[in-house]
Design a protein. Sequence first.
Lengths: 253, 380
Amino acid sequence: MKVLVPVKRVIDYNVKVRVKADGSGVDLANVKMSMNPFDEIAVEEAIRLKEKGVATEVVAVSIGVKQAQETLRTALAMGADRAILIEAAEDVTQDIEPLAVAKLLKAVVEEEQPGLVIAGKQAIDNDMNATGQMLAALLGWPQATFASELKIEGDHAVVTREVDGGLQTVKVKLPAIVTADLRLNEPRYASLPNIMKAKKKPLEVKTPADYGVDVSPRLTVVSTSEPPARKAGVKVADVAELVSKLKNEAGVL
Amino acid sequence: MKNPFETDERRAFRESVARFVARDIAPYADEWDEAGEVPWELHLKAGALGLFGFGIEEKWGGLGFDDCFMRAAASQELGGCGASGVFAALGARNISVGPIAALGSDEIRAAVLPEVLSGRESSALAVTEPSGGSDVANLRTRARRDGGDYVLDGEKTFITGGMKSRWFVVAARTGGPGLGGISLFLVEAGAPGFSRAAMTRKMGWWASDQATLRFEGVRVPARHMLGPQDRGFLAIMHNFNYERLNMVAACVGMARRCWRDALDWARQRSTFGKPLIERQVIRHKFAEMSARIDAVESYLHMICWQANEGAMPVPEVSKAKFLATKTLEFVASECMQAMGGAGYMRGNAVERTWREVKVMAIGGGSEEILRDLAARQMGL
Ligand SMILES: Cc1cc2nc3c(=O)[nH]c(=O)nc-3n(C[C@H](O)[C@H](O)[C@H](O)COP(=O)(O)OP(=O)(O)OC[C@H]3O[C@@H](n4cnc5c(N)ncnc54)[C@H](O)[C@@H]3O)c2cc1C
């Protein structure tokens, strides 16, 4: 079984994001970029399936700027077998929207015929949480989102999902889309020997036109603003004062 | 600042090591330093990541290539973990595998290198003696030929990895006085006549193990001599270059870590009604420190580039090492000054680094010795 893993190049999770003065977006100039952490988890899961002999090949796909090659090299260094870059954006400020990404992925899926797609549940830049679901809809495949555990049993995937208040286990028929949540696994580091080997693994470069997909945006960003600054707290002398404040000022009791 | 020598592979490797340090070391650095050791599992993880084995063939478990930038990146990231004793604990093998790989027979390489480079075992370099460390040419441990063996008698001290290593690269006198009479031997811990004692009461590097080693009639098969007889001195000097380069990189990592931690503090700390960082005297300290660290790092990059090109620039490696340790000394002191009493208390990286400055300034060639070496190398 072939496993396809879409990976996105996003602003590194350690970077303190700054909103541009004109509110048109966040400042991406000279900012460190890395693989979306949920996608790393997805790559790790796919590699583990390969190590268990369940998957035969792991293909990583990225859609975005030319530099997303680096992100794909990371996936290859972790253990993916080959990579496809769909160069769809001229520069980092141009974000490809989930529907366009899903359409491109659908085209890749039709070409590659994977038995399973493992994606991150969302990208930490825009937090859309949409691509996996849209891809499932476009393909007419079953989906199991927010996976915290994944097992392949015959021609089914058994997926434990993190839902509000607990865990839900679903069984979906393959081929299917699974999206990875934080606790699915702890991704490995790319070792130096594997980083060097990744250099020689195949990385194909395509464009949206190759798949006949229009990636022009449909959404308009109206404004972007910093979260409101947290106000300083107050200290209370005793429990009585706390209770009184909760009752009379906060109105929560 | 951008590094003109950056490549995708170097960046990817540095990021991998940085994440390894952030996830598997930094959160435990305090605890391990206080405990006086790191869990052995860390050696295995570092081995799997590929931190050891630069310049050593793949068939011996090495990486099959060399790159000084990557060597430096690994040392710099480890140096910044908050306790450079961890760097020392892992790094004892780095200063001893070079002679084994370059000078050992295939039998020795096969027996030692895969185990050591994977992190399953460790190795250490034993040069310094109670009678002196700077004056390597006059070391006193003797190796006397007896049939098919050499018999070692003498003592080594301050040996990093001394308690936990299985393999030792030992410098001993086989010939006459001076640098032309020294040979290197591979000695296995546990050989009859070999004993060791831990040196636990020390200023810093607590997470690593130092030992005094005693050799009392230790028989070493002649085939365990590394390289030709009486030619050990040059091999030791050659090996020092990489040790020093790694120490320069570690100093940069340590200094950057102190700078960041102290800066966080200065931003949050308010004195006389204003954040400390807004005081000119304090801001200027941070600017000065940053400039000096950048300078050492840039120097390091030039040295790495030249070493990759072919010949190791020995005078520059020597100069960079004392420049790096002087910079670290300045940075550790200024950072602690900026933090005040909080910096002086145990359990923060600045206090620890301040205690680790001197081992960097004395070990691997002291500042005085390296200035002299640089002067001689430059033909002054
Ligand atoms: C924590 C730690 C770990 C170590 N790990 C190892 C290890 O793994 N393997 C190993 O072999 N060694 C190791 N060493 C030893 C280290 O290399 C020596 O301490 C160092 O080389 C200095 O030698 P020494 O201590 O005998 O000082 P000395 O050689 O006695 O020198 C004392 C002082 O005099 C100065 N000095 C010496 N000669 C001159 C001169 N001609 N002119 C001017 N000044 C001079 C020196 O710079 C120094 O300041 C370690 C040391 C420490 C502290």
